[in-house]
Design a protein around this ligand. Structure first.
Ligand SMILES: NC(=O)c1ccc[n+]([C@@H]2O[C@H](COP(=O)([O-])OP(=O)(O)OC[C@H]3O[C@@H](n4cnc5c(N)ncnc54)[C@H](OP(=O)(O)O)[C@@H]3O)[C@@H](O)[C@H]2O)c1
Length: 326
């Protein structure tokens, strides 16, 4: 069969022939229909993700996929490297899968879970979100940020969603998908800070979900600060999730003293065990139902698996996930 394989870190995955996997006892061979390229796989392949250290090489890449089982069921499933999912066939445990609604297409079903689960975790567990709250999504034009906007509004019942991002076209789309206010990021971070301060004064943020860090985060955190001793306490949970605008920030100490800012992160190591226990039984089925009903959506760009090398580093439009189809 053919698969996307790397021999060493930093290499672009290569489409090449490999032996068909053998299904161990209790597993079956499933035919892969679609596997999305996510940032986590790019980082694993680069050798820059903390999970790279334990990844044996050579490795077939890809963490999850939509596949068809021998009994005909179309499912969402996972398979970690070195037996990754960007391949024609993978071995799966047939009871450890999520059956897909018929009306969800392969590409959307493959692209949605990683980003939507992360957004769900950020809102429910890290963010402790309550209905009617005001939520700011920083980096809303990305795939995960876009899903955070949609889930905040339609799944968790946010009263007010403020979408902040760089790409004006995608920001316009987000206004149709659940954002009540959109704020564009350009090079003027002082202006961004002033705009966010104005929005926060009108409708205080209860929760910030940040996919950017760097200068936009500095502006957003600065906008939460108060500059007088009579300011009233308002709790804002600031959830750090991604760092596409920079890995570090400068944070004035007074930001944390002058306002009710609670700064936390969300990632594999900061999600409680009880949350992971609900993924297969509750959260993923709810997300596939939301995808099926059109409550959430994710734009995809479908390419043949044979084009994995070209697709790997190719820029996509904002908010669009590339999906490989064997
Ligand atoms: N911790 C977790 O569990 C977890 C899970 C999923 C994702 N993440 C992280 O979250 C981040 C976003 O993920 P994603 O899936 O949404 O990625 P994505 O679809 O590739 O989107 C990246 C976003 O970053 C924006 N961006 C890049 N550089 C920027 C800059 N200098 N200023 C402002 N915006 C900038 C892009 O803006 P444009 O739209 O203008 O291009 C785009 O919206 C990544 O760092 C990813 O690794 C973390």
């Amino acid at each position: 069969m053919y698969a996307a394989v790397i021999n060493e870190f930093g290499q672009v995955p290569e489409y090449r022939q490999v032996p068909e996997p053998e299904a161990p006892d209790g597993q079956v061979l499933a035919q892969v229909r679609a596997a999305a390229i996510k940032n986590i796989e790019r980082m694993l392949v680069d050798g820059t993700h903390y999970g790279s250290a334990q990844m044996p090489l050579p490795a077939q890449v890809g963490l999850d996929a939509v596949a068809v089982l021998p009994d005909g069921r179309r499912v969402y499933t996972g398979s970690a490297p070195p037996a990754g999912t960007m391949a024609e066939f993978i071995a799966v445990e047939p009871h450890n899968v999520i059956e897909l609604p018929d009306d969800v297409d392969d590409a959307q079903a493959a692209a949605m879970p990683n980003a939507a689960l992360s957004a769900w975790f950020a809102l429910e567990f890290a963010g402790q979100m309550q209905a009617d709250q005001t939520v700011l999504v920083l980096g809303a034009t990305g795939v995960t940020g876009g899903l955070a906007v949609q889930l905040a509004k339609h799944q968790f019942g946010a009263g007010h969603v403020v979408a902040v991002g760089r790409n004006p076209n995608r920001l316009g789309t987000l206004a149709d998908l659940g954002a009540d206010v959109t704020v564009r990021i350009d090079e003027d971070f002082d202006r961004l800070g002033q705009t966010l301060r104005g929005v926060h004064e009108q409708q205080p943020f209860d929760l910030v979900i940040d996919y950017l860090w760097g200068q936009p985060a500095q502006a957003a955190l600065g906008a939460l600060a108060n500059d007088d001793l009579t300011a009233e306490y308002h709790r804002t949970r600031y959830v750090q999730v991604g760092e596409t605008a920079g890995g570090t920030i400068e944070l004035r100490a007074s930001v944390l003293r002058s306002a009710g800012v609670e700064l936390i992160g969300q990632g594999a190591g900061s999600v409680p065990r009880e949350a992971f226990a609900r993924v297969e039984t509750e959260i993923l089925p709810a997300l596939f139902t939301a995808l099926s009903s059109g409550t959430i959506s994710i734009p995809t760009h479908v390419r043949p698996l044979s084009e994995v090398a070209a697709a790997w580093d190719e820029p996509t439009d904002s908010g669009v996930r590339t999906v490989l189809v064997p």
